[in-house]
Design a binder for this molecule. Structure first.
Ligand code: AMP
Length: 408
C-alpha cells in the first residue's frame, strides 16, 4: 500500500512517500520538504530515490499551499511516482502530543481532531502545526483514510511511579501534569529492529534506547514496553540537547525571574532556544561543529560535549537500576548513529556495569547499517540502530487503513 507520511512543523512540511508491505517492511520512493513557509520565499525540496533531486525557492504562504505543492509534484506524470495504477491509498500524520487519550495510532475522525486540539495546551509549539497539516492534507486528499501517529503513544505504558511528579496530586488530576515522554516512534522502531536482528524474545529483553539528535531522549524498555523515559511533561526535560537545557533545578527559574526580571516568554526562549549545547558552548548547537572546534582547542565546546555525554551516561545508569540490568544499549538519530566520540564518552568507565565498547568497531561503522559495537566480553550488547520514524508511521497507517477497508 502506498502511504504518504506528513510531518508538519510551524513553518515546514516534510513528507515521505512509502510503499509498505504487509510484512511491516517498506520502501521510501520519494521524500521532500518545504521550509520557511510564510517567509518571503520558501525552500522546496523533492528527492525521489534514484532520480534527479529538485531544490527550488517559491512563494508558499501557508500549509495548504505547501500541500498543494507536494501533491502537484507527486501527481505530475513525468515524475512517475503516482499514476492511475499506483495510487496513494492512505495518509499518515506525525502528531507530537496525544495526551493520555492515545495509546496507539488512530484513524482520524472529528473526535480525534478535537482531542489533538485539546492537547494544544500541552504542546503549544507542535500540536497546532500538526493539526494544520492534517487539515491541509484532508483538503487535498479527502477520500483517503488519514491516520495520526503520536510521539507520546509508546510511553503510555509508563507505570504511575515513573510518570507522576512530586507535586500535589490535584495538579495531575486537574491539568494532567505528568511525564508523557516523546520520540516514542523512534524508541519503538529501534527496539523492534533490535529484537528482529537478534531474534531475542522481546518479553524477556531489557533495552536502553538512546535517541541522540538535535532533540534527545533515553528510554528504558522492559519486555517491549516503555517503562521510563527522560523527556517529561514537555520535550524540554532530560538530556542536554541542541538548544534545550534538559533537566535543571526548577528553583533556577525563580532566581532568574528575581535577578533578571525575565518574563515567561523570555524564560521559555532561554530554556528552549538559547540553552543546551548552544548555551554551554556559546558557539553552536550542532554536534559536528562542537567536535571540530573542541578539536581545535575550544574549551567551552569541549565542556558542552562533556556535559552532553555525562547526562547520557547518568540516564543509562539510572535505567540500569530501573530495569535491574540491561541486555542492550541502542544508539540512534544524528549524533547516536554518527558520532563515535559521543558514544565512547557516554559509555566511558562503565566497566562496573560490565559494559565494554569495541573501540575499533565503534570507529568503523557503516552509515545507515545496524551494527554491534560492544566487545565480546561486554555484559550488555551495544548497537547502533538507524531510526526510521516515517516507516513506523507508514506501517501503522497502512495497517489501520487495511482494517478500515475490511471492516463492514
Ligand atoms: P537529528 O536531529 O537526528 O537530525 O541529529 C542532528 C544532530 O546530529 C546534529 O547535532 C548533528 O551535528 C549531529 N550529527 C550528524 N552527523 C554527525 C557526525 N558525523 N558526528 C557528530 N554529530 C553528527
Amino acid at each position: 500500500m502506498l502511504v504518504l507520511v506528513i510531518n508538519c512543523g510551524s513553518s515546514s512540511v516534510k513528507y515521505h512517500l512509502i510503499e509498505t508491505e504487509e510484512t511491516a517492511e517498506g520502501e521510501t520512493l520519494c521524500k521532500g520538504m518545504i521550509e520557511r513557509i510564510g517567509a518571503v520565499t520558501s525552500i522546496v525540496k523533492h528527492e525521489p530515490v534514484g532520480k534527479r533531486h529538485i531544490k527550488d525557492s517559491k512563494v508558499i504562504s501557508d500549509h495548504n499551499e505547501a500541500m498543494q505543492e507536494i501533491m502537484s509534484y507527486l501527481l505530475d506524470e513525468k515524475n512517475e511516482l503516482v499514476s492511475d495504477e499506483v495510487k496513494i491509498e492512505a495518509v499518515g500524520h506525525r502528531v507530537v502530543h496525544g495526551g493520555e487519550m492515545f495509546k496507539d495510532s488512530v484513524l482520524i475522525d472529528n473526535d480525534v481532531l478535537e482531542a489533538i486540539e485539546e492537547a494544544f495546551d500541552l504542546a503549544p509549539l507542535h500540536n497546532p502545526p500538526n493539526l494544520k497539516g492534517i487539515e491541509a492534507a484532508k483538503k487535498h486528499l479527502p477520500d483517503l483514510p488519514h491516520v495520526a501517529v503520536f510521539d507520546t503513544a509508546f510511553h503510555q505504558t509508563l507505570p504511575r511511579r515513573a510518570y507522576l511528579y512530586g507535586i500535589p496530586n490535584r495538579l495531575y488530576r486537574r491539568y494532567k501534569i505528568r511525564r508523557y515522554g516523546f520520540h516514542g516512534t523512534s524508541h519503538y522502531y529501534v527496539s523492534r529492529q533490535y529484537y528482529k536482528i537478534t531474534d531475542l524474545p522481546k518479553e524477556e529483553t531489557r533495552v536502553i534506547s538512546c535517541h541522540l539528535g538535535n532533540g534527545a531522549s533515553v528510554t528504558a524498555i522492559d519486555g517491549g514496553r516503555s517503562v521510563d523515559t527522560s523527556m517529561g511533561f514537555t520535550p524540554l526535560a532530560g538530556l542536554v540537547m541542541g538548544t534545550r537545557s534538559g533537566d535543571i533545578d526548577p528553583s533556577i527559574l525563580f532566581y532568574l525571574v528575581e535577578k533578571e526580571e525575565l518574563s515567561l516568554n523570555s524564560l521559555h526562549a532561554l530554556l528552549n532556544r538559547h540553552s543546551g549545547l548552544l548555551g554551554v558552548s556559546g558557539y553552536a548547537s550542532d554536534m559536528r561543529d562542537l567536535i571540530s572546534e573542541a578539536h581545535n582547542g575550544d574549551r567551552r565546546c569541549q565542556q558542552a560535549i562533556d556535559l552532553f555525554c555525562y547526562r547520557v551516561k547518568q540516564y543509562i545508569g539510572s535505567y540500569y537500576a530501573v530495569l535491574n540490568g540491561c541486555d542492550a544499549i541502542l544508539f540512534t538519530a544524528g549524533i547516536g548513529e554518527n558520532s563515535p566520540l559521543v558514544r565512547k564518552k557516554s559509555l566511558e568507565n562503565l566497566d562496573g556495569l560490565g559494559i565494554e565498547l569495541d573501540d575499533k568497531k565503534n570507529e568503523s561503522v557503516t552509515p545507515g547499517m545496524v551494527e554491534k559495537i560492544s566487545s565480546d566480553n561486554s555484559r550488555a550488547d551495544v548497537y547502533i540502530v538507524p531510526t526510521n520514524e516515517e516507516l513506523v508511521i507508514a506501517i501503522d497507517t497502512a495497517k489501520i487503513a487495511r482494517a478500515t477497508r475490511h471492516s463492514p
